[in-house]
Design a protein around this ligand. Structure first.
Ligand SMILES: NC(=O)c1ccc[n+]([C@@H]2O[C@H](COP(=O)([O-])OP(=O)(O)OC[C@H]3O[C@@H](n4cnc5c(N)ncnc54)[C@H](O)[C@@H]3O)[C@@H](O)[C@H]2O)c1
Ligand SMILES: C[C@H](O)C(=O)O
Length: 353
């Protein structure tokens, strides 16, 4: 490991510069030993691009869940980046150690995963799709650098509109489809489970419930597959329920769909929940978990949908996305999913890639 942050630390503990080389040696020995990486495996390395609200929530969540051995943070705003990394480093004594550095992509040293959170975020009232042109311009410069410096990495997109940024990254990088995925509706699925669980007084982890399609206004709740211990909430979709229940369920979905608008109106950004969701995805990849997650990935030939990235339940492991599950949707759910794909494809058609 290169101790890029060592000068900061030396300054802060007021070490006599005359002792620097001895200190450097001890520091390297301490961090390598203390991280206790077994000699038969290489360290798990991740890069987070964008040290804003989302990037830092991802970094913090991954740190406290001991997800990576080495974390590099990259941002165009150098001053903020250094401040954020210093703040994280001061917390290292409280956790299982992770090597934390700030730098550029050129410092990335063949990472396993690159998490992209860089770019514009919604202002109150803006949709995710409104960010598209601003973020595509950023990606046209950023993705070639990622390809150059991180040629073997899995790319995890978080920047919005995440499905289209996943598609844009796939096209600009030329990476195989399995290695480019977006956080997609992982967050919406969590919001859905949380709200259902809250109504029914059951732990959200005991729910099978999915939001699919666009991470955005055209997303689709799969009511026909919501179940607890195999017991369906409504086997034929929401239309199957009594009118009173339909209203209640529609109300829950409206809260899911509008959740980001409500949070952004109050605090300017969403961050903690996506930080936890990204950590779940990173762990699924690096620990080869074969988790089924509603990540966004390239869809071709499922439910009549072709050449677009959107979310369906998919198997996530060390290779990235290895299988997309073909849900048997009700005709209405399939129509809504196809509409979501059309919304995304129309936005893609206007891009000059
Ligand atoms: N997919 C999801 O579920 C989800 C959830 C929340 C937010 N988001 C999205 O994540 C993105 C970031 O949101 P935020 O709240 O962190 O915004 P932010 O403004 O706090 O941070 C963005 C950071 O990106 C940096 N940046 C810009 N261009 C860069 C470049 N070329 N290289 C490196 N860094 C660069 C900026 O300096 C800034 O620090 C937004 O697009 C937002 O909509 C997605
Ligand atoms: C803004 C972001 O996409 C969210 O859903 O929280």
């Amino acid at each position: 490991m290169q101790n890029i942050e060592l000068p900061f630390i030396l300054e802060q503990v007021n070490v006599n510069l005359g002792n620097r080389s001895m200190f450097e040696e001890l520091f390297t020995e301490f961090t390598d030993r203390d991280r206790s990486i077994p000699s038969n495996r290489r360290p798990l390395k991740g890069v987070i691009i964008g040290a804003g609200q989302v990037g830092m929530a991802c970094a913090y969540s991954m740190l406290i869940q001991n997800t990576l051995d080495e974390m590099l943070l990259v941002d165009v705003n150098q001053e903020k980046l250094q401040g954020e990394v210093m703040d994280l480093l001061h917390g290292v004594p409280f956790i299982d150690p992770t090597g934390i550095r700030s730098g550029t992509l050129a410092d990335s040293d063949d990472p396993d995963i690159v998490i992209i959170t860089a770019g514009a975020k919604q202002q109150p009232g803006e949709t995710r799709l409104d960010l598209l042109n601003r973020n595509v311009q950023i990606f046209k410069k950023l993705i070639p650098d990622i390809v150059q410096y991180c040629p073997h990495a899995i790319l995890l997109l978080v920047t919005n509109p995440v499905d289209i940024m996943t598609y844009v990254t796939l096209k600009l990088s030329g990476f195989p489809c399995n290695r480019v995925l977006g956080s997609g509706t992982v967050l919406d699925t969590a919001r859905f489970r949380y709200l259902l669980a809250n109504q029914l007084k059951i732990d959200p982890r005991s729910f099978h419930a999915y939001i699919i399609g666009e991470h955005g206004d055209s997303e689709v709740p799969v009511w026909s597959k919501v179940n607890i211990s195999g017991m369906n909430l409504c086997s034929g979709g929401i239309e199957d329920c009594s009118e009173a229940d339909q209203d209640r369920l529609q109300g829950i979905f409206d809260q899911v769909k509008n959740a980001a608008y409500e949070v952004i109106k109050r605090k300017g950004a969403t961050s903690y929940a996506i930080g936890l969701g990204v950590t779940d995805i990173v762990k699924a990849v690096l620990r080869n978990q074969n988790r089924v997650l509603t990540v966004s990935s390239f869809i071709h030939g499922i439910n009549g949908i072709n050449d677009v990235c959107l979310s369906l339940p998919a198997v996530v492991n060390r290779e990235g996305v290895t299988r997309v599950l073909d849900l048997s949707l009700t005709p209405n759910e399939e129509k809504l999913l196809q509409n979501s794909a059309t919304v995304l494809k129309e936005a893609i058609a206007n891009l000059d890639l």
